[in-house]
Design a protein around this ligand. Structure first.
Ligand SMILES: O=c1ccn([C@@H]2O[C@H](COP(=O)(O)O)[C@@H](O)[C@H]2O)c(=O)[nH]1
Length: 490
């Protein structure tokens, strides 16, 4: 298995673990029991690493040697790293902590060193030089790339907390700390990007998780640096109870009994995961908008004030009567609201594999354009009918067969219009596995798409929308029940 993420998931599931053990040997800290009889330091350090790996291989999801500790020992140190890597069972992924970042040509040499010389499964990278400094690493298929987002050291805030504006969101979002910009941008650089987020600043996790909902975070700072394990897990775990790789180096390697220390930390992590997962899967009925982010609640209320959500007695195109009507075409008349909606789509897009997005005519075309700007993703769109003149295109914009496309639609009812475009895109050789809508009307569309191999993601559901409007006093509980009854087919 050569893909880092598959290896990580398999090891995590097999060992029931989110624990990563750091292998950072320092000669002065080596417990005397590992010392080599002939005084050979490198032999002693290798014995130490071997003992730690043998004691913990069934308790971890990854190992993380930091290359600095090996480079510090000169050429023999690099040989020690090579031998240490050879000790690690092939099914456990190795994250080489190297924090590389340089211009493209140099980055290519660094990437060769990490992935070809040391054959690491993943690497840590600095974002300071921007996207092209990671391209050479991203060119290695299936390797993990952990970009420094918020580090664990005491001076981390000196630059990382600087409040910065983003020209794309200038008019509607307050300035954001640099680490949020890094998180938001880096997860778009490659689908293989994860983030390094230190456990010594647990208060940063919630905001980072919001802008990178699906990314894996590599979390140093537990143990010797005094990071907050429970706070980190509670704010950083994804709803599936994964998404964090909790590293401890000195806390395990310097322990009297590394196995007991690793087992103890793994079990502590799992205890919090167990309660987190049961909270995440608890039924939400009767809990109006309790968990919904304030920005989304605001978005719903503003859509209602724009007239995009109406309650009454409407006749649909099918002739069927409906107690509500949603018209997201109105979004173009309030650009700031269109931008808010686009940002919510962009958040969902973050964790998906996507070479370009595809808008569906007509209602979603301005929305998809706004999403392209918010997420900095190239856009194509399908035509309702191929042009009968000019180039006679059925799909506008530039694209290549084999590219992965995420469909952008305004809302989903049965999923029919999405499926029509998906067929058109697939017939052209594009790969479509995901679609994003603002509102899921919960009338079977998601299930119909799933049957066609398309995952549908919604910013919010009709039920969530009704809950927000009811809690805000804009919809009576009786009307809410009438609408719910209607979508259930009653
Ligand atoms: O923000 C960061 C980024 C990387 N590290 C590295 O993780 C380990 C932590 O070692 P402990 O002994 O568990 O403190 C080490 O290799 C650091 O260079 C980090 O600590 N913080």
């Amino acid at each position: 298995m050569s893909n880092f993420w598959e290896k990580l998931t398999a090891a995590s599931e097999k060992n029931q673990s989110l624990l990563c053990v750091g292998l950072d040997p320092v000669p002065e800290q080596m417990p005397p029991r590992y010392a080599s009889a002939d005084g050979d330091i490198i032999a002693g350090l290798l014995k130490w690493n071997r003992a730690v790996v043998e004691a913990t291989a069934d308790l971890v999801c990854a190992y993380k040697p930091n290359i600095a500790f090996y480079e510090a020992l000169g050429t023999p140190g690099l040989e020690l790293l090579r031998q240490t890597l050879a000790l690690i069972p092939p099914e456990i992924p190795v994250i080489l902590d190297a924090k590389r970042g340089d211009i493209g040509s140099t980055a290519a040499a660094y990437a060769r060193a990490c992935f070809e010389q040391f054959r690491a499964d993943a690497v840590t990278l600095s974002p300071y030089l921007g996207r092209d400094s990671i391209d050479a690493f991203a060119a290695y298929q299936g390797k993990g790339l952990f970009v420094l987002c918020h580090t664990s050291n005491p001076s981390a805030g000196e630059f990382q907390h600087l409040e910065i504006a983003d020209w794309r969101t200038l008019d509607r979002e307050p300035n954001q700390p640099l680490y949020i910009h890094v998180a938001r941008a880096a997860v778009h650089w490659s689908p293989n990007v994860g983030l390094v987020v230190g456990a010594t600043y647990p208060e940063t996790f919630q905001a980072i998780r919001q802008v990178a909902p699906r990314a894996w975070f590599l979390v140093p700072g537990i143990g010797a640096q005094g990071g907050d394990l429970e706070g980190t897990l509670r704010a950083g775990l994804r709803a599936d109870g994964a998404g964090l790789i909790i590293n401890s180096s000195r806390g395990i390697c310097l322990a009297e009994d590394p196995r007991a220390a690793a087992q103890n930390l793994r079990d502590q992590i799992n205890r919090v995961r167990a309660t987190h997962q049961s909270a995440a899967t608890a039924p939400t009925s009767g809990a109006p908008s309790g968990e919904m982010r304030p920005q989304l609640q605001q978005l719903i209320l503003e859509l209602a004030s724009l007239g995009a959500i109406q309650f009454g007695d409407f006749t649909l195109a099918s002739g069927r009567r409906s107690p509500f009507y949603i018209d997201l075409r109105l979004l173009v008349s309030r650009p700031s609201l269109l931008a808010q909606a686009a940002a919510a789509y962009a958040d969902l897009l973050n964790g998906l594999t996507c070479d370009r997005i595809a808008g569906i005519p007509y209602a979603a075309l301005p929305i998809a354009t706004a999403v392209a700007l918010a997420a900095d993703r190239p856009l194509i769109y399908t035509r309702k009918e191929a042009k009968g003149h000019g180039l006679g295109k059925a799909i506008e914009g530039s694209w290549q067969p084999g590219e992965q496309v995420v469909v952008i639609e305004d809302l989903i009812t049965s999923g029919g219009s999405i499926l029509q475009s998906v067929e058109q895109l697939r017939a052209a050789g594009l790969v479509v596995e995901d679609a994003i809508v603002l509102i899921d009307r919960e009338q079977g569309g998601k299930e119909n798409l799933a049957a066609a191999g398309v995952r549908a993601h919604s910013v919010f559901t009709l039920r969530e929308m009704l809950d927000v409007l009811t809690a805000a006093g804009q919809l009576s509980p009786a009307k809410r029940d009438e609408v719910l009854n209607y979508i259930r087919g009653g």
